[in-house]
Design a protein around this ligand. Structure first.
Ligand SMILES: [Zn+2]
Length: 360
């Protein structure tokens, strides 16, 4: 049953993944995160390669770059190991499953990692100190993590952002909010001051598993944007650029550029898609996001704002803390069977095409 692929918690997801690997006789490499989960449990990123270790082509599927969004990707990964209709890699191609690259965020039900870093803003050059500019964020920062959470907190936030939209324009404010910032470690969308554990672990896994590969394609699974249950393919690359053109060739009009056209979202230079490259010489590399819609946008924002307050000023172990966490989880991972079935069917389709096309 498709529902059985999808976990209730981080630990449950890990158990399902390991047991599916065992049944499929696929060896697992485990990487322990230095920090524990909320119950004191140990947290791991696990990696498993389906197919030949010397395959020329490797399709990589990653989950939980944004911790709490990891339930969908975890379910897809278990389905790829267990489902009778799961696509099988052709002889010259392998499938690398990287289960929960940000296990801390998934276990604690938040986007960020153990350092309050948004991993999807962390893939920048930290050595030179030349972080992408985001001056307008300075105008926003005081509103993004409320000091008090009450019935009016969300309305106050909306009013403050509305005033900034009026002053600076809606698109610049949205971009400043989402593109990542490197000055406020206690705020949201913080990209960090160094490569995080998850960043380094991803590099290490790819170095270990892709050494013999000539072509790699990564599908990074997210949730929280777009229509309910539909997985949209997103790339920061533009038409005419090699990565976009490759995925357009595979998926046609289903591919959406986040930086081109009128609907341009905020391209973060430090995203896993834009900023990560495996440490493998001569490897051709392309990465695409698979973003599933969950709940209505306004509701999502309210949940995420409450979660930011909770981690900065609230009490996790309280009725309010538990209620916020219930909403945050639901906003990233709707519990309905229908949603899970849609997630799996679409995930299977996207991976099937990648496996078939990457070596062609
Ligand atoms: Zn995400």
């Amino acid at each position: 049953m498709v529902e059985d692929y999808f976990p209730a918690t981080y630990c449950d997801g890990r158990a399902r993944f390991l047991s599916a690997c065992l049944d499929a006789r696929v060896p697992v490499a485990s990487y322990r995160n230095p920090h524990p989960g909320p119950e004191g449990e140990a947290l791991y990123t696990d990696a498993a390669l389906v197919g030949r270790t010397d395959a020329e082509n490797v399709v990589v599927v990653t989950s939980s770059t944004h911790g709490v969004e990891g339930f969908a990707g975890s379910g897809i990964q278990v389905g790829l190991l267990r489902d009778a209709d799961a696509p099988k890699p052709p002889p010259d191609t392998a499938l690398l499953l990287i289960h929960t690259i940000n296990p801390h965020g998934m276990a604690w039900l938040r986007r960020e990692n153990e350092d309050n870093v948004d991993l999807n803003r962390n893939f920048v050059d930290h050595e030179g100190g030349n972080y992408p500019e985001n001056d307008l964020f300075e105008e926003l920062v005081e509103h993004l993590v409320p000091k008090v959470w009450d019935d009016d907190a969300y309305e106050r936030y909306k009013a403050a952002i509305g005033a900034l939209n009026h002053r600076y324009g809606e698109v610049p404010v949205r971009k400043a909010m989402h593109k990542g910032q490197y000055r406020h470690p206690d705020s949201i969308h913080y990209g960090g001051g160094t490569a995080t554990w998850s960043n380094r672990t991803l590099g290490r896994i790819c170095g270990e598993f892709l050494g013999a590969a000539r072509r790699g394609a990564m599908i990074d699974v997210h949730t929280g944007l777009g229509p309910y249950g539909y997985g949209e393919l997103m790339t920061p690359s533009k038409p005419g650029e090699p990565v976009y053109d490759l995925f357009f060739d595979w998926y046609g009009e289903q591919v959406h550029s986040t930086t081109a056209g009128a609907s341009a979202y905020a391209g973060s230079k430090g995203s896993i898609l834009a900023g990560f490259r495996p440490p493998v010489a001569g490897l051709e590399w392309a990465a695409v996001g698979l973003e599933y819609g969950t709940r209505e946008r306004e509701h999502m924002r309210r949940c995420m704002l409450a979660n930011a307050w909770l981690h900065a000023h609230g009490e996790l172990d309280s009725d309010l803390g538990r209620a916020i966490k219930r909403d945050v989880k639901d906003a990233s991972y709707p519990g309905e069977e229908k949603w899970k079935t849609m997630v799996w069917e679409r995930g299977r389709e996207v991976v099937e095409i990648a496996l078939r096309r990457i070596g062609a």
